[in-house]
Design a protein around this ligand. Structure first.
Ligand SMILES: CSC[C@H]1O[C@H](OP(=O)(O)O)[C@H](O)[C@@H]1O
Length: 347
């Protein structure tokens, strides 16, 4: 990247988001001053990626209360509750959205005795803290993943769990940036990832701009590159990891994990601990977002199927824990038995 593309910025009391729906053709930053506009940005995927959604939501919560009444905590809390309930309807699968909302609400409750004007200042401080934590978390995930990789390896990734899905480094792409800094040469294969093409429009864009060796393949080519021995490891992100280690991630991840097992290739899931949801017991309990049919049959502008044809467009699927080699977090590498070892992360 010739200029540092920042997914998310907090500038002059406004949220600034890079519009990811325009990449790789246009670099456009938009300013947001209301919770409702942040809801829309998350819904239409101008900002996307579990960690980035969480950080944007934290700022959205603040934007929703910055003009709330300061007469009493109850009056303030009524506005906060209404706004966060609405924000929570933007997208259902990435647990980071709900994690960020809950964290902001906890800070409000923990400081309910403060004058409301001071409480508002405390809340924007918390959103900024969540933002800064994400960058540190991602770098540590990259360090932990590097220990599992070797210079010269071929690595396949699906969708975008990159810098554009977070505040910096990414999760799955973090070791790719760190490897580049250390003079390693990892050869990355990026699944284009139908239907929204986050792999080609975002992952290939950000890695190419960073001078990292990246090759775009169609999702249907993943099997052949594995069969040709080009892939030594697979690294994906996640939108929610259930307590038993089942992983909700972009649609197509399940298929990649099955191929990985067939070709005996390690399948790593790179996640910050806020993406791990111990309240959700298994993958069957993870809400899977279904999106508009046009993403599938009109993704390139013209219809590629009859306009009235039935379309099934789940945005995510669930990879069972038994397909996962390791879940790599900022706190360390978690292997099976996942239920026990994920709980230990939070002990
Ligand atoms: C680092 S998590 C990124 C995660 O989010 C993506 O979904 P979306 O682009 O729809 O927000 C995808 O599942 C990535 O793995």
């Amino acid at each position: 990247m010739t200029e540092q593309l920042l997914t998310i910025q907090w500038k002059n009391d406004k949220l600034v988001l890079l519009d990811q729906t325009l990449l790789p053709n246009e670099i456009v930053y938009n300013e947001y001053e209301s919770l409702e506009s942040v809801w829309e940005a998350i819904r239409v995927m101008q900002v996307r990626g579990a960690p980035a959604i969480g950080v944007a939501a934290a700022y959205g919560v603040y934007l929703g209360i910055k003009d709330a009444p300061e007469t009493s905590f109850d009056a303030f809390w009524e506005v906060m509750q209404k706004g966060t309930d609405y924000l929570a309807t933007s997208r259902p699968t990435a647990v980071n959205l709900f994690w960020a909302i809950d964290r902001m609400k906890s800070v409000a409750i923990d400081h309910k005795t403060l004058p409301i004007s001071h409480l508002k200042e405390r809340l924007i401080e918390e959103a900024i803290e969540i933002h800064h934590e994400d960058e540190e978390i991602n770098k540590q995930i990259g360090e932990n993943l590097l220990g599992l990789l070797k210079d010269g390896m071929g690595v396949l990734t699906h969708c975008n769990a990159g810098a554009l899905a977070t505040t910096k480094y990414g999760t799955a792409t973090s070791p790719m940036y760190l490897a580049k800094e250390r003079g390693w040469n990892l050869k990355v294969y990026a699944d284009e990832t139908r239907p929204r093409l986050q792999g080609s429009t975002l992952t290939a864009f950000e890695l190419y701009q960073a001078g990292i060796d990246v090759t775009v393949i169609t999702d249907s080519m993943a099997a052949v590159v594995m069969s040709q021995g080009k892939i030594d490891a697979i690294i994906v992100g996640a939108d929610r990891v259930a307590a038993n280690g089942d992983v909700a991630n972009k649609i197509g991840t399940l298929g990649v994990s099955i191929l990985a097992k067939n070709y005996n290739i390690p399948f790593y899931v790179a996640v910050p601990t806020p993406t791990i949801d111990l309240e959700t017991k298994t993958g069957k309990d993870i809400p899977i977002e279904e999106r508009e049919k046009e993403e599938v049959i009109k993704g390139f502008g013209a219809y590629t199927a009859p306009a009235d044809v039935a379309v099934y467009n789940p945005a995510f699927d669930v990879t069972p824990a038994e397909n996962v080699t390791a879940i790599v977090t900022e706190k360390g590498i978690v292997r099976a038995p996942f239920a026990e070892n994920l709980r230990a992360l939070f002990a």
